[in-house]
Design a protein around this ligand. Structure first.
Ligand SMILES: [Zn+2]
Ligand SMILES: [Zn+2]
Length: 315
């Protein structure tokens, strides 16, 4: 059995994405109501940014056999299409992003979690709180198994979503992102899954186990870091209602494999980045300047260059 999936979140995405409080509010009575947040950007300013950033974009190119778009028919989503779903910024009461580490992390992996928290905080302009790690011993036996192929421990992703994350989601959580040091599987008939999310509940879990050993070499560290950061930004983007991107090379491109994911950049394209600025009520130039500093410090060269050029294009 080799069945696996990269991005199982997509299964529920279309219905989940409208549950924010725009078209079809499904907000529980105890939860924050949709915001009447004051916008720092007008829609016209953001549409102007789309135009200014467009010349910096690289076409995605024709999908290769086995790629996400070769196997999944998707519509893509422009900034204007996104606004139909999300006509207002996120509730001002959903103030915080949470990271929940699960499993036993090595020292370098713990540093990567801290870097991921910084990256998420800058990119989505929200404080990020890292919750106390949940060790393997706290996961019941029937939610763990040894994978037949790898002989390594796996954690049941649905257990994490339904029993660990959903019942304890803090009231002010824009999203709770669990990062697992162990491999995941989503249930009977599956070999493994990279991650799984409940978009309507704004919780998700992703494993960094298959991202490589960051202690192996400086190159392996960079690769593991890029994959971890890319996953965190991409999956949080879904939780804001951002669909997969077909327009350009973009952090919101769908991917069917690690190799395809490695071809996507960390940064979001001219159509997708303004969705974040709108949803999170962020001032674009301040945001881009923060991402330039962060990506230079982490040696994320391609995205550092992109964010620098984007900053100049908006001046
Ligand atoms: Zn995705
Ligand atoms: Zn995009």
């Amino acid at each position: 059995m080799t069945r696996y999936a990269w991005d199982i979140a997509l299964v529920g995405m279309i219905t989940a994405a409208v549950a924010w409080g725009s078209f079809k509010p499904k907000v529980a009575p105890t939860e924050a109501k949709p915001a009447a947040a004051r916008s720092v950007n007008t829609i016209d300013q953001l549409k102007d940014s789309v135009k200014r950033l467009r010349p910096l974009q690289t076409p995605l190119g024709k999908p290769q056999p086995g790629d996400w778009l070769a196997e999944h028919k998707e519509d893509g989503q422009t900034f204007e299409q996104f606004l139909v779903r999300r006509p207002a910024p996120a509730s001002s009461e959903l103030t915080t992003l949470y990271i929940q580490p699960i499993g036993d992390f090595g020292k370098t992996q713990q540093e990567l979690i801290a870097t991921t928290a910084r990256c998420l905080g800058l990119f989505y302009s929200r404080p990020v709180k890292t919750l106390p790690a949940i060790g393997l011993e706290a996961i019941p036996e029937d939610a763990q198994r040894i994978n037949d192929n790898t002989r390594e421990t796996q954690i049941l992703s649905t257990y994490v979503l339904d029993t660990v994350l959903k019942p304890k989601r803090p009231k002010d959580a824009l999203a709770v992102l669990a990062l697992s040091a162990e491999d995941l599987w989503p249930g009977k008939g599956w070999n493994y899954v990279f991650g799984q999310a409940s978009l309507s509940e704004r919780v998700g879990v992703w494993s960094i186990k298959r991202f490589g050993d960051p202690d192996e070499s400086p190159e392996a560290f960079q690769l593991c870091q890029a994959r971890t950061l890319g996953t965190a930004l991409h999956e949080t983007g879904h939780m804001l209602g951002i669909s997969h991107c077909k327009a350009w090379r973009c952090g919101m491109n769908g991917s069917n494999s690690l190799e395809e994911g490695d071809r996507s950049p960390l940064h979001f394209c001219a159509e997708c980045q303004p969705k974040v600025w709108w949803s999170c009520n962020v001032e674009p130039q301040k945001h881009l300047a923060g991402m330039v500093d962060f990506s230079k410090a982490q040696k994320l060269e391609e995205s550092a260059q992109y964010w620098q050029r984007a900053l100049e294009a908006l001046k």
